[in-house]
Design a binder for this molecule. Structure first.
Ligand code: SF4
Ligand code: SF4
Length: 239
């Protein structure tokens, strides 16, 4: 049975994909953007772990997770940054990242494509980009992506938030993922847990009034999306 939070996440992905259906240069086999620079929540990690268990690929994932590069991880979540902005604090989102290739890339295609996190789903360019040619992304698309990230973080509040590989490693100690105890050095999960932070509730959207007008249809579609006869808005508000 799929847990409620994962059903909500899949609903959010579905509504974003409908909204974002437009011409982009991205196509299968184009993967210069697939680095280890991917952030996500524990809900997105749970969805990936369940997919891996169902596919019987736990050994494969354990090997991929050991390819994690040592990079600087973000200390502030998107909602944490938004909360500080709303309080008028002088904050910077901070720098992080890695140009190391994502370990889930196989022959330039994503091996977990069906369950890839939102950061991967929303990264798209209207012109073919490469490590030397930056992606071209419309402002309204960036605003919408940030707003959806904030909703997903709210969904996963109080749980892990951070680099995709760190979150996946941290989730290896759940009872259903116990097999990783034999497959991974214990120190790897401990190091990963030291580098992630906690997801926070939505303090308000990081959108200017004119951006909100463009993004509103997407937000309305997400909030009205039904999961087991309840709207996503009601589920997010615990009603
Ligand atoms: S964002 Fe750039 S590198 Fe990534 S798939 Fe799209 S065009 Fe290719
Ligand atoms: S998870 Fe898949 S889509 Fe995301 S960076 Fe890795 S290979 Fe690319």
């Amino acid at each position: 049975m799929i847990p409620m939070k994962e059903k909500v996440l899949l609903g959010i992905y579905e509504e974003f994909e409908k909204w974002a259906a437009e011409d982009v240069a991205c196509k299968k086999g184009c993967a210069a953007c697939c680095t280890q620079n991917v952030l996500m929540t524990a809900v997105e990690g749970d969805l990936i772990h369940r997919f891996i268990r169902e596919q019987g690929k736990m050994e494969w994932l354990a090997a991929r997770l050991q390819e994690k590069a040592a990079t600087k991880r973000p200390e502030m979540t998107t909602n944490g940054f938004a909360a500080s902005c709303f309080k008028g604090e002088d904050v910077e989102p901070g720098s992080y990242g890695s140009s190391e290739p994502c370990p889930f890339l196989e022959n330039n295609c994503c091996a977990i494509y069906e369950v890839r996190p939102f950061s991967c789903r929303c990264f798209a360019s209207t012109e073919t980009c490469s490590p030397d040619v930056p992606a071209v992304i419309a402002d309204s698309y960036l605003s919408a992506s940030t707003a959806v990230m904030q909703i997903i973080e709210h969904l996963g509040q109080d749980e892990y938030w951070g680099n995709m590989l760190d979150v996946l490693l941290s989730l290896c100690d759940l009872p259903e993922n116990r097999k990783y105890v034999q497959l991974l050095p214990a120190s790897l999960s401990d190091q990963a847990r030291a580098q992630i932070v906690k997801a926070l509730p939505l303090p308000g959207f990081l959108l200017l009034e004119e951006e909100m007008k463009k993004v509103e249809p997407l937000l309305q579609a997400i909030f009205a999306h039904k999961v087991d006869d309840k709207s996503v808005e009601d589920i997010l508000n615990n009603n």
